[in-house]
Design a protein around this ligand. Sequence first.
Ligand code: LIP
Length: 274
Amino acid sequence: AGIDLEVIYGTALELAAKAGEMIRDAFWKEKSVDTKMSAADLVTETDQAVESTVKAIISAKYPNHKFIGEETTAAAGNHCVWTDEPTWIIDPIDGTTNFVHSIPEVTFSLGFTLNKQVVIGVVYAPIKDELFTAKLNQGAFLNGKKLTVNKTKDISKAVVIMEGGSSRDVDIVDKKIKNIHAMVTNSHGVRAYGSAALNLSHIAAGRGDAYVEYGIHVWDFIAGALIAKEAGATVLDPTGSELDYMHRRVLCACTPELAKQISEKLIHLDMGFD
Ligand code: LIP
């Protein structure tokens, strides 16, 4: 209703630039670190400052739009309320652990949804100045250059991105290690960049063939999922069924054949809903 997606896209780029500037300014300085759900689930002043800045800009421009943000929603212990209304879903810093340790794989992630459909995705990695963008049915781009996924169909020739995640529950870690074992023994190799948004963007850019993770949240992967899909990736629930953005897991592969092979080799952890 009266929504001009080009205007929204312009705002999304403006927010990414602003967030990027704040992240870059703080990147080499000392950080004050706090923990959330586990001793390895980190948050810094910069995560909070970026989120409140971005949220303030959005609510000033679009007072009726809804907002779901990592530090607002999760920090308040709230479940996400995701409706058909125009909604901005933001992770101020995806890759907070990298940020804390001055590892340059940090991103700002923004998804914009209408009728619960993701129509705009922006992932910005400000230290490397890499801007990944996608609009529904209009392709995915890295710094303006169109992206296409790899053609790998067989796991024996694939690089698979996986993460340890931030849960320290022994049973969960155990199953994740078994999954890593299954992927290492069957593939060209396993990689972990520490940011779901970036992992998905890497698949979009052909820097790897598949990515799977259990335990992420909607703000970590909603933008990257659109970017990957728009570059031609298959993005599913790890079991092979349709992706549910509120179910905390994702499987992304450059071909459907590869997605199926990987899905069949994994233990499917259920880490709940946002
Ligand atoms: C991170 C995810 C990453 C996961 C980490 C963490 P954050 O998000 O993007 O894929 O492995 O445990 O959840 O907390 O940096 O926004």
